[in-house]
Design a protein around this ligand. Structure first.
Ligand SMILES: [Zn+2]
Ligand SMILES: [Zn+2]
Length: 274
């Protein structure tokens, strides 16, 4: 399994994940034309995309769906988490229940935001990746879904100090930093620390604000926290608007056969670190 965040931020979000030659897009917040161009940078085409999985109804996650449906026709499945929409073609699937899409077993899980929003866990061939953007906090339930993932795409929206001093109106600042707003770099770092003992190897920071954050600031904050806690081996990179990340190869957590912990929630607690 491998993935690339094609584009990330308020101007449009989409991530390409593939396994065994079959790909899915997680969110489609850019036009079909833009998605095609971004996939081409990875040597991929829309023909290889089996489905679009929609985590969130805001336009920065769904704006490209209609043009994709027109372009790709019935061969493309549109699968939406509850309350997310996605147009007349969308198959609505419940949260918390795994479903099959191509080579993947996928599960949406609810996260706190001011609109219906979900994280996504993808498993295939004993490997696991998890994605969550547009969330105000990372609670125990969210961590439970993401533990055991070798690769995680996680929101790191803002630096709290930059947001506080920045140009946004006070109401918007309150909304962003609330428990149903967006994750700060420090919150992303906390989550990374909680996931690192469970086999996290690659962390892609996503949905960075262009006003209240920078890739260097986000990676610096999260990377230094991980290194200080002895998890310097976790590779941290930031995703950008309109520029695909390098391929992230999803690896198995060392010593963990797969991420099938959910029936025994604590069975994956290998190192006694919390
Ligand atoms: Zn968003
Ligand atoms: Zn949103």
């Amino acid at each position: 399994m491998r993935l690339s965040v094609l584009s990330s931020g308020s101007s449009g979000n989409a991530t390409y994940v593939e396994c065994g030659g079959e790909g899915v897009l997680v969110d489609a917040g850019l036009s079909c034309r833009r998605l095609r161009a971004l996939l081409a940078l990875l040597g991929r085409t829309l023909d290889g995309v089996r489905a679009v999985l929609l985590t969130h109804g805001h336009a920065d996650h769904t704006a490209g769906v209609a043009s994709l449906v027109r372009e790709c026709g019935d061969g493309l499945r549109i699968i939406a988490a509850p309350g997310v929409g996605g147009g007349p073609r969308a198959e609505a699937v419940p949260a918390g229940v795994p479903f099959r899409v191509g080579a993947f077993e996928a599960t949406f899980f609810s996260v706190p935001h001011d609109a219906a929003t979900y994280g996504l866990r993808l498993r295939a061939g004993g490997l696991c990746a998890a994605l969550a953007t547009d969330l105000g906090e990372v609670g125990e339930e969210t961590l439970g879904w993401m533990r055991g993932a070798g690769a995680v795409v996680l929101e790191a929206n803002h630096d709290p100090e930059w947001l506080r001093r920045g140009p946004y109106p006070a109401r918007l600042k309150r909304r962003i930093s609330s428990a149903s707003g967006h994750l700060s770099n420090a919150q992303a770092a906390e989550a990374a620390l909680a996931l690192a003992p469970y086999g996290l190897r690659h962390l892609v920071l996503a949905h960075l604000s262009e006003t209240n954050n920078s890739p260097a600031r986000a990676c610096g904050t999260v990377g230094s926290r991980l290194r200080a806690a002895g998890y310097g081996g976790v590779r941290v990179l930031a995703s950008l608007p309109g520029r695909p990340t390098p391929w992230v190869e999803v690896e198995a957590p060392a010593g963990v056969p797969s991420c099938g912990y959910e029936s025994r929630p604590w069975a994956g607690r290998l190192f006694g670190v919390e």
